[in-house]
Design a protein around this ligand. Structure first.
Ligand SMILES: [Ca+2]
Ligand SMILES: [Ca+2]
Length: 288
């Protein structure tokens, strides 16, 4: 009996604090992101489309550790080559660093980026139309997710206005996140704790949610997926003295963020520039 009680207590504590970063089926977790190794038989453009269907994109390698992880993914699979995407804009300048040395194929006009086993996994520019033997590696556009029985939550790491954030989440087949239960509140807070602890992309201060009182001042609703759901009083989680509906520049505040370190709610101006927390239906995006 004592053991049983101890077990129940331990389990109760674990369920409050645990946040498992999860990936869609078929994807592998590395740090905060999920990666998918696609089958051979796709040219570069087709591989890009395949990634897009899985709400991901051809991977842009941005660190030597990430390169090591991808190399292992390819070696474990006995792959000979895989499409990746070079980012020449400089956003991921490390792509051009020595760990992905570029080898140019002089025989073709159309050049696309790949990693090649024959070149010790250096970055190689290949004819984009090659299909034989070419696998591809996709990386999720959001960070890895955490799922509850209703939905999965995932952070989209590029900043935007509230309206743009909603569009970004919709492009992933979801919408900005709503918190519908105590269980979801706990899951989201544990998730944000986890990703803010190990992301190096940005200092995670606050994140957009689907909460808004734009239609009628002080009446807060979740605006998700074309529906409007009133936020019940017993689920509200405002910071002290919020919502206050005025920012330091005298602008009204009609959009909700969750704020670190305890991820309580604040109303801010909808044209602030923030990363977004999306909710994405809990389905397998590979077969769905
Ligand atoms: Ca307001
Ligand atoms: Ca406020």
């Amino acid at each position: 009996m004592v053991h049983f009680i101890a077990y129940v207590m331990a389990t109760a504590f674990v369920t409050v604090t645990a946040s498992q970063l999860e990936c869609p089926d078929g994807f592998s977790l590395y740090k905060n992101y999920c990666y998918y190794l696609g089958d051979a038989g796709y040219d570069f453009n087709e591989a890009e489309d395949e990634c897009d269907e899985k709400h991901s994109e051809l991977v842009t390698i941005s660190s030597s550790k990430e390169k090591t992880f991808i190399k292992k993914l390819l070696k474990d699979d006995d792959a000979t080559g895989a499409w990746i995407r070079a980012d020449e804009s400089g956003r991921d300048a490390l792509t051009k660093a020595k760990f992905v040395k570029k080898v140019v194929d002089k025989t073709s006009d159309r050049k696309c980026d790949a990693l090649s086993s024959a070149l010790a996994w250096k970055r190689e520019e290949k004819d984009c139309d090659i299909k034989d033997g070419m696998k591809f590696v996709c990386k999720t556009r959001t960070l890895a997710q955490t799922c509850t029985s209703r939905t999965c939550f995932a952070l989209f790491p590029e900043r935007d206005y509230h309206s743009g954030a909603q569009t970004q989440c919709e492009s992933l087949g979801g919408s900005l996140a709503s918190i519908r239960s105590e269980e979801e509140s706990k899951a989201v807070k544990a998730y944000l704790d986890k990703v803010s602890g190990n992301t190096q992309l940005f200092a995670l201060h606050d994140v957009w949610t689907a909460g808004s009182d734009e239609d009628t001042e002080t009446e807060w609703y979740w605006h998700t997926d074309g529906e409007k759901v009133k936020i019940p009083d017993d689920l509200t989680d405002w910071k002290t003295d919020e919502p206050n509906n005025v920012d330091t520049r005298g602008r009204s505040e009609n959009c909700m963020v969750m704020v670190s370190p305890d991820w309580k709610w604040n109303d801010v101006n909808c044209r602030e520039w923030k990363v977004s927390l999306c909710e994405i239906p809990n389905v397998n995006p590979i077969t769905g």
